[in-house]
Design a protein around this ligand. Structure first.
Ligand code: ZN
Length: 154
């Protein structure tokens, strides 16, 4: 599991434009991914349809893309119901250290039914799409965070 201290050292302060300009990119979502997830609710804006672009860490983009392609290829696209975001500078809920969302190294999905410290509803097959691609899943943590996937190593 990557720590916020490691991220600070590797990428710098996520509040700085310099950090974002150097390490983040605007990923324009390929049409075939958007098409496969056109049913998904984009919770931040309350609309139906996968985001057209995602502001994401350059080290996480290929991992997330592979995870989403695994979901599509394994015929699990219907299991993704809500897209709950990647980049947001914030502390881990209830803790003082920064969340990996602060460096755009994490995503939340199906938050409505995978709340903090609750039994996750995501299937093992869906989770494996992400862990196979190089993500850690918050659903196995002591502080269970079933909606949350993040880059496993930097
Ligand atoms: Zn999260």
């Amino acid at each position: 599991m990557i720590t916020s201290a490691q991220c600070l050292k590797r990428y710098g302060d996520p509040n700085l434009l310099e950090t974002q300009n150097k390490h983040f990119e605007v990923w324009i979502i390929p049409n075939n991914i958007r098409e496969a997830f056109k049913h998904v609710r984009f919770s931040a804006v309350g609309t139906i349809g996968f985001p057209k672009k995602i502001f994401i860490n350059k080290d996480f983009r290929p991992v997330l893309e592979e995870a989403l392609r695994n979901v599509i290829e394994r015929d699990l696209a219907d299991e993704l119901i809500t897209w709950d975001g990647c980049f947001i500078i914030r502390q881990k809920r209830g803790l003082s250290s920064l969340s990996l969302h602060s460096w755009a190294l994490a995503v939340d999905v199906n938050a409505f039914e995978n709340q903090l410290n609750q039994e996750p509803k995501l299937s093992a097959e869906f989770v494996k799409c992400f862990t196979d691609a190089g993500c850690d899943w918050g659903g196995t943590w002591q502080r269970v965070d079933g909606m949350h996937f993040e880059l496993a190593t930097i």
